[in-house]
Ligand binder design. Sequence first.
Ligand code: ZN
Length: 473
Amino acid sequence: MKELIYINNKRPTNQNKRPVRDYNYRPARNNYNYPPANINSYNQVRRTAPYRQFGKRPKNYIKYVSRFLLFLVFTVIIFAVFAGLFFLNLTKKTPPPDFIYAIETVIYAGGGETSKTINITMPHETGFANNVHYFPINQIMDFLDFNLAGDTSEPSFIRKSPNEDIKLEIGSNIVYINGAKNHLTAPSFIADNNIYVPLDFILTSFNNIKLKDVNILAAERNDDQPELYFKINAIAALSPIDESTPENALFLALHGSDSVNFRADLSAYEQYFNPPQEQANEYIKLINQTNHLDAEYFPPDLTVLIDTRGDREPNQARLYAAKAAEAMLIEARMHGHTNISITSGYRSYATQISIFNHNVAQLMNNGASLEEATAQTALAIAYPGQSEHQSGLAIDMHSNTAATRTFGSQPDGIWLAENAHHFGFIVRYPDGKTHITGIQYEPWHFRYVGRFHAIQIYQRGLTLEEYHEQVLR
Ligand code: ZN
């Protein structure tokens, strides 16, 4: 019972010797007649629909691979676009909050107290970087009237009023507050022309300052434990003062320029370094043994000298002299001369009489005759009417317990002598000029004449007598 099945109505031949693999071949199930037992080659069996022809199978494979690759490329492109949008969106996402500082200070002065407040907003990116928190200390310093002084090894913050200064010992955690030693939580240091001071600096160093509603704490805790430092970007303020050349000094003298380079911001005082033109003669007036002031003379605009030594009644001087002295001692403190105070200012005619008579009486008690006592007293204390102190233009200042000539060779006295002219003052009774002035060397006695004249007197090395004689005549 052999039966040949001819598909495609063709007889099987043996012409195709090479067997072609028939991918379509599958043994039919439950068909015991298939495959026929006598088929000698697969390709003798050809099937029509529903089977497909698979002769082109290798070509289709390439097509699928290329389609798949194309699909892959599109997927990657779409993914990239979405990823880009996503990241764009991320960066746009709510920026970190700005730092806001509300600072309140309470200032105690004249028995009362006044409070000042300031709000400082700082963008987050400038307030926080590289795990360092940057505090807007420069603005706070301005607000508190503090100036940066000293040098890079020991920067100081000095307030424009006596007895407020803060000195940092760079590289250590030591800070001196009004001379008292305190410790910060971490050492201060200098890098990239900035001073870095630990956060607690402002809290421990500045009296009467409250930080309130400061939103930095929340922001801090989102970052992993940053070191908290103030960054004080003011190294420039620490560079040495430009000493005027003689040419500069003359220019300043002639033009009354405000270009003297002070460490302190003395812009508010600049107006007092030269008296008004219409009063110029009063301020340059020569007062000595031969040029007396009337017993009735009373300076018109006496002003309290705020740097009067603590144990004395507040001294006074004429407005311009008083303000210029104030500025001079601010600047002196910026240079480390923090102990100079004013011991004497305006003295009335009556005061002069009693001082003079008191001194004469003391010498007579020690055995001197009236003539001797009077002559000796006159060397140290001017006769009533002959004292500059009656003019309100003379100010005694030093840092010793009593006025002594050694002050002239001490750092404080040297600084005053070398810088007083910038503020309109001269050393009125210089060493070696007693034969001209009639008064012994007094390194503590400063006379206000205004910067215009003071600079010329300083540059020429003259006494006021010589200046009148040689220059003003
Ligand atoms: Zn004096």
